[in-house]
Write a protein that binds this ligand. Structure first.
Ligand code: KIV
Length: 259
């Protein structure tokens, strides 16, 4: 099984849809990798999903790197992308370069994802020159919700922004909550793949938060298809365990060691 490279992802555009899910831990990453997911995203959504925060803003660089490391330990084939958290690239170009490189050096990632438009072009360009693959992220940018909210992105300017990001060197762009006809237009305007979330079927690939997709989180977003009700399954398993222990049904002698 060959490890996917950035060029393999780019080549899929127009031929094969690209699949991506988030993972924040070893076992989930192993499941995704073995199932054949193309891109494992260690998203800053771990701030919500793993840490229980209201937004993605609190998660730190060190916490992101910890999760990237344990995810990377499981990966044989997928491309692993680390999400640059709030405050890791906005303060200075130098900070942005250093932190992006830490994702490769310490987090064992294959590349980074950065939310932003024109304001990150210089950073993308520098990182690309130094060999750090960058995935863009436009439309709804969760790190900016305090000012811009969770609204649907409809601004035609996104087409230009996507073109500029491509020129600066990104190898793909996440489109989050972009009106689906606009997402189609962006996808058709650039030569690199778009990976959509809540942006309709015309993107070159799709990404979801794993915990939403398997029903571990109890969110009810229209764009999430739940393939499992894991929250209920896990809860029932725990209740059955509690009952078995209390009734003395677990462990049985077959589950016990004899000297
Ligand atoms: O942090 C994240 O999980 C993301 C995606 C879902 C695109 O940015």
């Amino acid at each position: 099984m060959n490890k996917l490279k950035v060029e393999d992802i780019i080549k899929k555009k127009g031929f094969e849809k690209i699949t991506s899910l988030t993972a924040y831990d070893y076992i989930t990453a192993k499941i995704l990798d073995e199932a054949g997911i193309d891109i494992v995203l260690v998203g800053d959504s771990l701030s919500n999903v793993i840490q229980g925060n209201r937004t993605t803003i609190p998660v730190s660089m060190d916490e992101m790197l910890y999760h990237c490391k344990i995810v990377s330990n499981a990966i044989k084939r997928s491309l692993v992308i680390g999400d640059m958290p709030f405050m890791s690239y906005q303060i200075s170009l130098k900070d942005g370069i250093r932190n992006a490189m830490r994702f490769l050096k310490e987090g064992n990632c294959d590349g980074v994802k950065i939310e932003g438009g024109y304001e990150i072009l210089e950073l993308v360009n520098k990182l690309t020159v130094y060999g750090v693959p960058v995935m863009g992220h436009i439309g709804l940018m969760p790190q900016r919700v305090n000012l811009y909210g969770y609204n649907l992105a409809k601004d035609e300017e996104l087409v230009n922004i996507a073109k500029k990001l491509e020129e600066a060197g990104v190898f793909s762009i996440v489109l989050e909550k972009v009106e689906y006809k606009l997402a189609k237009k962006i996808t058709e305007s650039i030569n690199i793949p778009t990976i959509g979330i809540a942006s309709g079927p015309y993107c070159d690939g799709q990404v979801l938060v794993f915990h939403d997709m398997v029903g571990l989180t109890q969110t009810k977003f229209k764009f999430v298809r739940k393939y499992l009700n894991a929250y209920e399954l896990f809860t029932n398993a725990v209740k059955n365990y509690i009952q078995d222990v209390k009734l003395g049904n677990f462990p049985s002698l077959e589950e016990s060691y004899e000297g």
